[in-house]
Design a protein around this ligand. Structure first.
Ligand SMILES: [Zn+2]
Length: 202
């Protein structure tokens, strides 16, 4: 599924349920939903999120760059901080470096929990306790939507390699797939236009 479709689906979900989550509607939340919606595809060197991070869009660059960032965090932690958050961030980057697309941790519940822990921890550090809810909306919707594609999602990785998908799926980058995603985007935009006045004119 394309990055922009993931962002669209994340935003539609957020706009549908923002009323019942702590923190309600705010722009930090909006940003976090967008970020979390494209984060799982960080395991693909040509994904939307890597378009802005990797200088060269290939596997080797991905492994080297994220691996080095991870090692820097772990090394810094070893020398100066000795804090669980630094270890968690360092290990996360190394996991991103070694995960291949849709086969690893970033498309599983374990990955979602690991990243949510980091976001929750950072949120508590800055006294914004509701950050993790926004993050989980974006991330959870990404995994949910990817289950509509024929590749499926290894939800219980690393405990089980089985890929889960819904009975009705489509092929990403196929003609039908593109049409479905276009339709979803149009519905999403219409829904957003419909919701905006409710959010801003209270
Ligand atoms: Zn994905």
């Amino acid at each position: 599924m394309k990055g922009k479709t993931h962002i669209g689906m994340g935003l539609v979900t957020y706009l549908s349920i923002y009323n019942i989550i702590p923190g309600k509607f705010n722009f930090l939340g909006l940003f976090l939903v967008v970020f979390a919606s494209i984060l799982p595809d960080v395991d693909h060197p040509k994904s939307m999120i890597n378009k802005y991070i990797l200088p060269f869009k290939n596997k080797l660059t991905k492994v080297v760059l994220y691996g080095c960032i991870g090692l820097i965090f772990l090394w810094y932690d070893y020398l100066y901080t000795d804090a669980p958050i630094m270890k968690a961030i360092g290990i996360s980057f190394i996991i991103i470096a070694v995960s291949s697309h849709r086969n690893g941790l970033t498309h599983s519940f374990s990955g979602m929990i690991m990243f949510s822990f980091i976001i929750g921890y950072l949120g508590n550090m800055y006294d914004i306790h509701y950050l993790v809810y926004y993050f989980m909306i974006g991330y959870g919707m990404h995994l949910f939507c990817d289950m509509f594609t024929n590749m499926g999602v290894p939800l219980f990785y690393p405990f089980e390699n089985k890929k889960f998908r819904f009975p009705l799926t489509y092929r990403t980058n196929s003609k039908v797939g593109s049409v479905i995603e276009e339709m979803l985007m149009i519905c999403g935009i219409l829904f957003t236009i419909y919701r905006l006045p409710v959010i801003f004119c209270k």
